[in-house]
Design a protein around this ligand. Sequence first.
Ligand code: SF4
Ligand code: SF4
Length: 68
Amino acid sequence: MPKITIQKERCKACGLCVEFCPQKLIRLGEELNKKGFYSAVFQDNGTCRGCGFCALVCPDACIEVYKV
Ligand code: SF4
Ligand code: SF4
């Protein structure tokens, strides 16, 4: 089942991954990272398609997609 990882300390909370995930599996979290941003959080409910849109749109290359 596909899944993603988000390097939260690199995230600047731009929200692009939140906007572009067709499954709506990413939201901005409630915890500040070291940069002072509410970093993105992956909410895995088993429906991630592994499409990679989230990783493609992230300007800071915070996201990796695993298709296993
Ligand atoms: S790989 Fe696709 S479905 Fe999975 S979290 Fe990223 S944008 Fe959403
Ligand atoms: S696109 Fe990247 S920098 Fe922007 S909120 Fe998502 S993980 Fe953070």
